[in-house]
Design a protein. Structure first.
Length: 294
């Protein structure tokens, strides 16, 4: 009974989504978030490269170069756990060479070390936005700035099949300086029924882990900071720090012009949730971009 249900459901997904997924592969539209959309952000990591792993599976003869340039606006919390939000405008840049290398605002500068019709794995350089006390003096007074810093990322994605294009993804990010710790994500997402040649939609959940070094720096309060900040000392631990859900939609206004909307919500967990620095545990982000693809 269960096997029969799967057989009747999966081909329908494949038939309905084959054309839009081939269009994704031809244009390489993933990672259309604006320039400030690096960590920390409630946006899911998969939203920076949605659809890219589907390229070879749905259209093996992808062009050598795929380029997307544009402008975007993003509304998100000032920092993890912040009650304040900020709206920023920035460029959209996504340049890909074959299935080898990419330069993307969201994904960073990287290469695919391993790739095939159903998988993609590689390394990339990106950056962490850090946290400035001056952005929220009322809540961060007496704490130290966390400087912006580069990060090294390893990632991998695997798509189940054409008939059932569920993408499984994982990544690990080591921040070099600044927060000076490690984070990782385990994610799943897939194209949604109702997608068409002009409207392509993805959605999926994500969980985030952080090591103790990261959570201590971002959510901990040292004994030396208690007097100046007014917070009690807080010893943060590593582990599960957030769980969220993301939605991404791209509409093709013309053959080359596209509008992308990314929305996500996540909830801080563990030491991140219990930290005295955290004023809100639920975080939301909305990003909108207009770009040209060729």
């Amino acid at each position: 009974m269960h096997d029969r249900n799967r057989q009747t459901r999966h081909p329908a997904v494949s038939i309905n989504l084959a054309r839009p997924l081939m269009l994704i592969a031809a244009l390489g539209i993933g990672a259309s978030a604006p320039s400030f959309a690096q960590t920390p952000s409630p946006l899911q990591e998969w939203q920076y490269s949605s659809g890219i792993v589907l390229e070879k599976l749905f259209q093996p003869d992808i062009p050598d170069w795929r380029d997307v340039l544009g402008v975007g606006v993003e509304h998100k919390p000032l920092y993890d756990g912040s009650p304040l939000t900020r709206t920023q405008v920035g460029p959209v840049i996504n340049i890909r060479y074959r299935d080898i290398a990419f330069a993307s605002i969201g994904e960073g500068l990287g290469v695919n070390v391993f790739s095939g019709p159903q998988y993609r794995a590689g390394i990339a350089l990106g950056y962490d936005l850090g946290r400035r006390v001056s952005d929220d003096v009322g809540n961060l007074h007496g704490l130290n700035d966390i400087a912006r810093a580069p990060l090294f990322k390893m990632f991998g994605s695997y798509v189940i099949s054409k008939d059932f294009p569920l993408v499984l993804r994982a990544d690990v990010r080591q921040i070099i300086g600044g927060a000076d710790g490690m984070q990782g994500d385990v994610e799943a997402y897939m194209p949604l029924p109702g997608s068409s040649k002009r409207l392509i939609m993805f959605a999926g959940p994500s969980i985030t882990f952080s090591d103790r070094r990261y959570t201590e720096k971002v959510f901990g309060v040292t004994a030396a900071q208690t007097a100046s900040s007014g917070y009690d000392a807080y010893d943060a631990h590593g582990g599960l720090t957030a769980a969220g859900f993301g939605f991404s939609a791209t509409t093709f206004v013309t053959e080359h012009w596209l509008v992308n909307v990314d929305a996500a919500i996540d909830r801080l967990l563990g030491s991140a949730r219990d930290s005295p620095i955290t004023k809100t545990t639920t975080q939301r982000v909305l990003a909108l971009s207009l770009a040209y693809s060729w």
